[in-house]
Design a binder for this molecule. Structure first.
Ligand code: G6Q
Length: 545
């Protein structure tokens, strides 16, 4: 099934041609209620989507498209545990992990909630023991440093949340994330730490990932420089689906926290993969984050499509990607603690919707997932915003704005917020030739000098953005925000008729390097590669010290 043949899609193609020359600036001038008409709320989270290239009719047509692909049915199929990840034959149930209403969620005839709750209780007990000093290191000292060893989905989400909720950190606990197999990552982390007070969380859904196992082995070797094998149990815990591999690695399965194959890596921060989060901010705050995610789930499941935040964001994305030809989406949080938010969203979106094959296995001929990128404001304004304002690419932007800071001792918040608002306003309005002329004349320019400078100072405007506004970045709010983007990605996957929950491209990467590792050794046989790769292998052998 291709969406291109759906009448509602065709109708959007025609609508796009009609709307091509309509500017947002004019629309704002014509409709004083525009800001109110394109506003949606979920709890304390507000989405202003009025600065988009849309009319009321556009939204009606986009919602009709969502209806035509049975969006509501797909949402129910996901929440109710159907195996919608068809290439892996799995249910997709990150929503069960934060199901605070605790209603049964059935997979293959079995309710998963008792197992979810049991692991949450195990996490709670463990965090309490570490925090109150019942769980001590091998010399009787308290644990002060948590090192999470994981990569991809077993790293990015927890690292982002720990940064984002730094203001909620438990006193006396620091957290570190080691992901890269580059020895520099582990070495530079360990050089600051002491074996007696460090706890390693080895996080790997499969427990077969080369980078994670290599880092975990080296961490254990570092630990054994001062401690004995019998002390490992006090300093290494694991999060995995694979108890056998955990035991083979030498971690006591008593100290293993279970996850399940129905949790995708990039959707797993809500599971025991979130253990470093719970250790860092406390289990109560972790549960507040789950509650925020659940609140967004209820919104997504129950709100009509036209008032549904993830649906609206997903549809706007489709509008720009498939009709306006946008290739990227910037996510710009005006909150320094959300520096890693765009990175997590990059994995979430690009790994989920970076697909060229539809659910039926056919190659598709329309655009799917965009390139996701961004950094915190205001820093980006002094770098890449030039291209967003005046470049030739259309880059829709999500501005993420918390009203209140956790750091009032440096009260810079008004400046920060004003910058975010000013950017979205300028992107929408632009600056036309008359305005630039008036400005230049006021500055004393005239004649040729004025005419020469004028075109460079014109801003085309009509550049779209969303603004997500909320009172403060609390655990609940961050939970809501992450769940919002997760569902947005799903909405787009449904429109594009792709499976957003497999990741064969990542699996390929896991296989390829394994074959080359032994070939880098001097004298080892080199299997047939292309001539470039063979040449590079030989060069590395020669240059290696
Ligand atoms: C996420 C991906 C991928 C995965 C990592 C780590 O959705 O599948 O990023 O999380 O490759 O995998 P393990 O947790 O199995 O080590």
């Amino acid at each position: 099934m291709t969406p291109l043949n759906i009448p509602e899609w065709q109708s959007l193609v025609r609508h796009y041609s009609d709307l091509k020359y309509v500017s947002m600036r004019e629309q704002f001038a014509l409709d004083s209620d525009r800001a109110q008409n394109f506003l949606v709320k979920s709890g304390d989270l507000l989405l202003d989507y009025s600065k988009n290239r849309i009319t009321k009719e556009t939204m009606e047509k986009l919602v009709a498209l969502a209806q035509s692909v049975n969006m509501n049915d797909w949402v129910e199929r996901m929440f109710s545990g159907e195996a919608i990840n068809n290439t892996e034959g799995r249910a997709v149930l990150h929503t069960a992990l934060r199901n605070r209403s605790n209603t049964p969620v059935m997979v293959d005839g079995k309710d998963v909630m008792p197992a979810v709750n049991a692991v949450l209780t195990q996490m709670k007990n463990f965090c309490q023991q570490v925090h109150n000093g019942e769980w001590l290191g091998y010399t009787g000292k308290r644990i002060t440093n948590i090192v999470n060893i994981g990569i991809g989905g077993s790293d990015l989400g927890p690292a982002m949340i720990c940064d984002g909720l730094e203001a909620y950190g438990v006193e006396g606990i620091s957290v570190h994330f080691v992901s890269n197999v580059d020895g520099a990552d582990l070495s530079t982390t360990l050089e600051k730490l002491n074996q007696e007070t460090t706890l390693f969380v080895v996080a790997s859904k499969t427990f077969t990932t080369q980078e994670t196992l290599t880092n975990a082995q080296s961490a254990r070797a570092w630990f054994l420089k001062t401690a004995k094998q019998a002390d490992v149990a006090k300093h290494f815990v694991a999060v995995s689906t694979n108890a056998k591999a955990v035991a083979e690695f030498g971690i006591d399965t008593e100290n293993m926290f279970e996850i399940w194959d129905w949790v995708g890596g990039r959707y797993s921060l809500w599971s025991a993969i979130g253990l470093p989060i719970a250790l860092y901010i406390g289990m109560d705050n972790f549960e507040r984050m789950l509650a925020g995610g659940h609140e967004m789930d209820l919104h997504f499941r129950n709100q009509p499509l036209a008032e549904n935040m993830p649906v609206i964001m997903g549809l706007l994305g489709v509008w720009y990607i498939n009709f306006h030809g946008a290739q990227t989406q910037a996510i710009v949080p005006y909150d320094h603690s959300l520096a890693r938010f765009p990175n997590h969203m990059q994995q979430l979106d690009m790994e989920s919707n970076g697909k060229v094959t539809n659910r039926e296995g056919q190659r598709i001929s329309y655009k799917t997932g965009p390139i996701i990128w961004g950094t915190p404001g205001t820093n980006g304004q002094h770098a890449y915003f030039q291209l967003i304002h005046q470049g030739t690419q259309l880059v829709p932007v999500d501005f993420v704005l918390p009203v209140n800071s956790h750091y009032p001792e440096c009260d810079h918040q008004s400046i920060l917020l004003a910058n975010g608002l000013a950017q979205s306003e300028a992107l929408m309005k632009g600056k036309n030739a008359e305005e630039v002329r008036a400005e230049l004349m006021a500055e004393g320019y005239e004649g040729k000098a004025l005419e020469a400078l004028l075109p460079h100072k014109v801003f085309p405007g009509n550049r779209p953005s969303n603004t997500l506004l909320f009172p403060q970045l609390t655990p609940e709010m961050l939970g809501q925000l992450v769940a919002l983007y997760e569902h947005k990605v799903f909405v787009q996957g449904v429109i594009w008729n792709i499976n957003s929950f497999d990741q064969w491209g990542v699996e390929l990467g896991k296989q390829l390097a394994k074959a080359i590792v032994p070939e880098l050794k001097d004298g080892a046989e080199i299997s047939p590669h292309d001539s470039s790769t063979t040449n590079l292998i030989n060069l590395i052998r020669t240059l290696r010290k």
